[in-house]
Design a binder for this molecule. Structure first.
Ligand code: BGP
Length: 491
């Protein structure tokens, strides 16, 4: 058995928009998530807005379009779960102490862009925002926990989309580069590992998720994605030139699918799906160029290849140092019309797999798929890999005595740890495992609290009521043992 390397980064992952809170404190500006309501598994999150004439409204769903001229705003009578997250802003010392107690070697967090540049195009960064993250990094270093910082995780300043032309405007690339380089210079002594964008491929997947999206919006999704690639590449290049000790990675949503049957048509359909939704982004960031198959997409959406080719050089100069992805579930792809759809995994609506189990939220649980995906990624890119999100969103019960018994989560994690060990044996250069929502936080897709991933329970409900006290779940002690034994004592 190869086992886990002795300097393996065991840890946990979070994102500011879902965890940090303090939405209107310390000079922070608004992000889109601040004007997005809570929801449930069956009813979508919505955006609230105001029209130029002062009338207000709410969209039909997250992807549902706002009327022309509408601006996102916070309205009375709605609950916005991301405002408070689970309040890392006021609890960071206590939370980091708990991470240290579990034995974390790495903590993945994101910086809230609107906390640093509230309006995105501000001349100078917000000093109070910069200080907050200095304090957080100091606290992490106190316990020898290595920060892994996502520069952009679902919280662009709202002004980008509403006033500055969005990501279709290439000036937004400059705004991002200014933001990223500000962080590099500010935190050069605190942070070595960076990720440029969370789940960058989600930009393209919106085309699949939002029903009846007008062609113009579909085309824009690919322009947005390309401009983010360019922004990422410019940030990577800057980091390499100025801070050679930095390691900068990409982060792609791990939407792995299998052919549903051995019908060659299914195999081909699956190949195309993997190319369109995963490798399209992985190839640009890790190889430095678009796969030739990208032309199929450009052709389908009537996009001019010249738009993508104009940035050939910078994409090649901005290749990442390591590859990261989120891995929760897998799905299947088929051409057979009568096949049963699955419940909708982590952004990969596909077909039901009778060989795996599904979570309460319909996400397919597939530890073997983790080993498989690690091998596929490493074989293709030959750079170190990190699994920076993984976990089980489940209902937990806080018992009278403050305990939380979550054997389902332990079981899920144990099987994924075993799969990683097998991948290491296969020869994959795996650096880190940072399971998602190591402390309970707000769900990205539904805004719920009840969908909990944490090993630390936060006493708060879907409407934001609760003491906000933190409790150790059974999985807390299990993970502590797992880390202490470097992945060996996991039964
Ligand atoms: C990923 C996101 C995270 C996180 C996770 C779990 O796609 O990067 O931000 O939220 O999924 O998803 P959810 O919260 O919807 O259960």
């Amino acid at each position: 058995m190869a086992g886990f390397p002795k300097d393996f980064f065991w840890g946990g992952a979070t994102a500011a928009n879902q965890y940090e809170g303090g939405w209107n404190e310390g000079g922070r500006g608004l992000a889109a998530t601040d004007v997005t309501t809570g929801a449930t598994k069956d009813s979508p999150r919505r955006r609230t807005y105001i029209m130029p004439d002062g009338t207000t409204g709410v969209t039909k769903g997250p992807g549902a379009l706002m009327p022309e001229g509408a601006k996102g705003c916070v309205l009375d009578g709605y609950y916005y779960p991301n405002h408070k997250g689970t309040d890392f802003y006021h609890h960071y010392k206590e939370d980091i102490a708990l991470f240290a107690e579990m034995g974390f070697k790495m903590f993945r967090m994101s910086i809230s862009w609107p906390r640093i540049f509230p309006h995105a195009d501000d001349e100078t960064p917000n000093a109070e925002g910069l200080k907050f993250y200095h304090d957080v990094f100091d606290e992490l270093h106190k316990y020898n926990i290595e920060p892994l910082v996502t520069i952009s995780h679902y919280d662009d300043p709202l002004a980008i989309e509403e006033e500055l032309g969005g990501w279709q405007n290439r000036n937004t690339i400059d705004l991002y580069v200014k933001y990223a380089t500000t962080l590099f210079n500010e935190y050069k002594d605190d942070v070595k590992y960076w990720l440029t964008f969370n789940e960058i491929n989600c930009d393209a997947m919106i085309v699949q998720f939002v029903p009846n999206l007008p062609l113009e919006k579909q085309r824009n999704a690919y322009i947005t994605l390309h401009n983010r690639f360019v922004a990422s590449a410019r940030a990577v290049k800057y980091a390499h030139e100025h801070f050679p000790e930095f390691k900068v990675g990409c982060m792609v949503a791990g939407v792995f699918t299998y052919p549903l049957t051995c019908d060659p048509k299914d195999v081909i359909a699956n190949m195309e799906k993997m190319q369109d939704y995963f490798y399209y982004s992985g190839d640009v960031q890790a190889r430095g160029y678009y796969g030739k198959y990208a032309a199929r997409t450009w052709n389908k959406y009537d996009l001019d290849p010249a738009y993508f080719e104009q940035d050939k050089q910078i994409l090649m100069e901005g290749k990442v140092d390591f590859f990261t992805y989120s891995y929760y579930s897998t799905s299947c792809e088929t051409t057979h019309k009568d096949a049963k759809r699955d419940g909708g995994g982590n952004l990969s609506l596909g077909y039901y797999n009778e060989y795996i189990q599904y979570s309460d939220w319909g996400w397919g649980m597939d530890p073997d798929g983790l080993r498989y995906s690690l091998n596929e990624i490493y074989d293709r890119y030959q750079i170190p890999v990190m699994v920076v999100e993984n976990g089980l969103g489940a209902l937990d019960t806080l018992e009278e005595d403050g305990s939380i018994h979550d054997p389902y989560r332990i079981e899920y994690m144990r099987e994924h740890v075993k799969a990683m060990e097998k991948a290491l044996e296969d020869g994959v250069e795996l650096l880190a495992y940072t399971p998602w929502g190591c402390i309970d936080l707000v769900s990205a897709s539904t805004g719920e609290m009840r969908k909990r991933y944490g090993m630390i329970y936060v006493d708060m409900d879907d409407e934001g009521n609760g003491t906000m006290n933190r409790y150790r779940k059974d999985s807390f002690y299990w993970y502590q043992r797992c880390i202490q034994s470097n992945g060996q004592d996991i039964e």
